[in-house]
Design a protein around this ligand. Structure first.
Ligand SMILES: Cc1cc2nc3c(=O)[nH]c(=O)nc-3n(C[C@H](O)[C@H](O)[C@H](O)COP(=O)(O)OP(=O)(O)OC[C@H]3O[C@@H](n4cnc5c(N)ncnc54)[C@H](O)[C@@H]3O)c2cc1C
Length: 453
């Protein structure tokens, strides 16, 4: 109950506050995600498309987080009742981008609609996740780097999700029957030693563990992976929450109940990721769909570009974890198919086959599920962005399209790729950046990448 005309509302539970006067005549809606000072709370925007809006979340490390605060002006003095939608879970590279003259960066901006002109995207509409302000980005060319291929999906681009069958692709690693399985998403966490004993609350809502199946570990690596048999987009909130339930339930058990609890007495959770790390969802289809045989057989494409250096690394639910938690696994295994590193992906995997002005870069490019196992790592996906940028500059200079770059201007793209982006002097920066170069120059450069997951 609140009685002031204007006051600083202190938030101790989250989300969207609905303040209704006792007479029921007036309602003041306060969007918690737009609080001036979110303090220890985080704005969870991963599930905007499913939930309808972002919300503030305290996902917790076993200790209460600082209050979030905002000043609210009420239309009249009186008695107000507060309704809250709550979720009580127990929060350098930007400088590089800021230093680029030709990039306008819109952080915390969620794209949710596209406007089309025939088979071209004319604009992408996005929302500021704190203020809900809508922004419209019109352009001649777009690149979908959303991981989930959201822009392409909204535009009606052809895509696949799940595993193709062996009969369709001829891949030795493909299953007999096509299915919806994907690689999963990971909630990582770690603990640290304190100067004295620490406490952690009981979490009866989390996964229940026992002496046999509890993980006596002080951190979670990539293999704490969930949701392989669920939909990594529509079920994603459930998938992330399952990861949190595994982390908190396990920690509750080892710290409060296990026979080894003394060993954990002075340990506290230091960090629990609330943004779950995705590996796979939609893959947009381009003029080439890269597959296992291309990579293992080193098929030569005329538009060879970004170089893959990692093995074909596919993840599956850990069979031991399946025994204890059938259908609700939270641990995975990785199965690697190795090949001579340095296989170049064709440029035609980086644009949509049916949306004329759409590029893509990242894990949503045109590959089979199996081929995704090698292209999905960060240095490779980063180079995709460079090649797409080069191709977009050719589109602009020569009034062409992504496909037109392959058909009519491939020599120009090759020239740009050979040149590479080079080590740019970044004003006001003291970063030691290694240049990464798409195919053409990378053969002489030893990879520093050591992917894990
Ligand atoms: C636990 C884990 C460990 C890994 N370890 C390694 C490693 O050691 N080395 C390595 O190289 N790779 C590693 N990988 C793989 C690699 O991190 C991912 O495959 C890679 O990050 C995929 O990049 P992406 O940008 O294509 O997609 P994502 O990482 O999914 O990024 C997509 C981005 O788009 C944004 N976005 C999504 N939808 C919208 C929208 N509608 N509007 C606006 N923005 C949106 C998201 O917020 C996000 O920032 C790991 C992956 C995981 C999960």
């Amino acid at each position: 109950m609140m009685k002031k005309n204007m006051f600083a509302l202190k938030l101790s539970l989250s989300a969207c506050l609905c303040l209704i006067s006792s007479a029921g005549a007036q309602t003041v809606l306060v969007e918690a995600e737009s609080f001036a000072n979110p303090s220890g709370w985080v704005v969870d925007q991963q599930f905007m498309d499913q939930v309808g809006s972002p919300f503030l979340m305290a996902h917790g490390l076993g200790v209460p987080c600082e209050d979030a605060t905002k000043e609210v002006v009420f239309p009249e003095t009186g008695v107000w009742r507060v309704w809250v939608r709550t979720r009580n879970w127990v929060y350098k590279k930007q400088r590089v981008v800021d230093a680029e003259d030709n990039i306008s960066l819109f952080l915390s901006t969620h794209a949710f609609r596209v406007e089309m002109n025939g088979n071209k995207i004319s604009a992408v509409v996005a929302k500021d996740i704190r203020t809900s302000e809508e922004l419209r980005f019109s352009a001649r060319f777009f690149a979908d780097c959303t991981g989930d291929a959201t822009i392409g999906y909204l535009a009606g681009a052809d895509y696949r999700m799940g595993r193709e069958c062996r009969a369709d692709t001829g891949e030795s690693l493909a299953p007999e029957k096509a299915d919806t399985m994907t690689m999963g998403a990971t909630v990582m966490w770690r603990s640290r030693l304190s100067a004295g004993p620490t406490s952690f609350p009981e979490c009866p809502w989390a996964i229940r563990f026992n002496e046999r199946n509890a993980r006596r570990t002080t951190k979670a690596e990539w293999s704490w992976e969930t949701g392989m048999n669920l939909n990594q987009i529509t079920d994603f909130e459930q998938i992330r929450d399952h990861g949190l339930r595994a982390a908190f339930g396990n920690w509750d058990f080892v710290k409060n109940k296990s026979r080894d609890r003394e060993a954990f007495a002075e340990r506290g959770l230091e960090w629990v990721a609330y943004i779950s790390g995705n590996r796979e969802s939609r893959r947009l289809l381009g003029d080439v769909i890269l597959k296992e045989q291309d990579i293992l057989g080193r098929r030569e494409f005329p538009d060879a570009s970004v170089t893959c250096t990692w093995s074909i690394d596919l993840h599956y639910p850990d069979p031991k974890n399946t025994e204890d938690f059938p259908g609700a696994e939270f641990l995975s295994i990785a199965v690697h198919k190795r090949y001579k590193p340095g296989y170049p992906i064709p440029y035609r995997c980086f644009y949509s086959r049916n949306i004329e002005n759409l590029f893509m870069a990242g894990r949503d490019i045109s590959v089979t599920h199996v081929a995704l196992g090698t292209v999905r790592v960060m240095r490779t996906t980063g180079m995709m962005g460079e090649v797409v940028g080069m191709a977009a500059s050719i589109c602009k200079d020569w009034n062409s399209t992504p496909r037109g770059v392959y058909q009519d201007h491939l020599d120009k793209l090759k020239t740009l790729m050979r040149k590479g982006i080079g080590p740019r002097p970044l004003r006001h920066l003291h970063l030691h950046l290694r240049p990464s170069r798409p195919h053409g120059l990378i053969r002489r450069e030893r990879t520093l990448l050591a992917p894990r997951g």
